[in-house]
Write a protein that binds this ligand. Structure first.
Ligand code: FMN
Length: 186
């Protein structure tokens, strides 16, 4: 076991990976844009709050500041290359929707764009933007949830039906094991 004392930055900061690589969708200032975000997190059940941590360097950041709502979509492993592509160019240089021929689904509860091809998605009303070091944690309240019924059992995502897209850092992608075990009940 190695130990590293941290004064400023750790050597790696990906020990909490693998994690789901979701995609943020936002529209503002006449632009629709999508970017992958692995720093995404559920924050509260009641009210249902979900957050994404976004660097001010991202074009998405400015759009999220201007918008009152955004989407987060969850995609299968088979779409890893598309997700990686969305994370390797910026909307400030490229109209990703036109350049990549992206399918844009319109929100039902909110006026937000969602990247097509998801097995689940959230429509989120922006409720807060908290500075967090060199990122901003944008918090959204769920106003709409999309679920592909073929992907879920009555209780949870079935990994035998959908391979969730996991990010391991440094451009590495994978998916979870195809089995889950139920170890408790409430
Ligand atoms: C899998 C993956 C996950 C990422 N997660 C985040 C994240 O959570 N927060 C962030 O600020 N950038 C993240 N990025 C980087 C942005 O997605 C990337 O810089 C993107 O090109 C920004 O696009 P934009 O300038 O159009 O907003 C991630 C990139 C990849 C490939």
């Amino acid at each position: 076991m190695e130990f590293q004392r941290v004064e400023e930055k750790p050597r790696h900061f990906n020990h909490f990976y693998p994690a789901i690589a979701a995609v943020i969708g936002v529209e503002a200032e006449g632009r629709v844009n999508f970017m992958p975000a692995v720093w995404n997190v559920g924050l509260s059940f009641d009210p249902p709050l979900f957050g994404v941590s976004v660097s001010p360097k991202r074009f998405t950041h400015g759009l999220l500041e201007a918008a009152s709502a955004f989407s987060v979509t969850f995609h299968p492993y088979e779409q890893a290359e598309r997700v990686q592509r969305l994370g390797s160019v910026s909307g400030c240089e490229v109209d990703k929707v036109a350049a990549f021929g992206l399918e844009v689904v319109r929100g039902r509860a909110l006026d937000v764009p969602l990247l097509g091809g998801f097995y689940a998605a959230y429509e989120l009303e922006k409720t807060a933007a908290w500075p967090a070091g060199d990122h901003t944690l944008f918090v959204g309240r769920l106003r709409g949830v999309w679920e592909d019924p073929a992907a879920f059992t009555a209780e949870a995502l079935d990994p035998a039906r959908v391979r969730a897209l996991l990010y391991f850092g440094r451009y590495r992608y994978g998916y979870p094991a195809s089995e889950t075990r139920v170890l408790g009940k409430r």
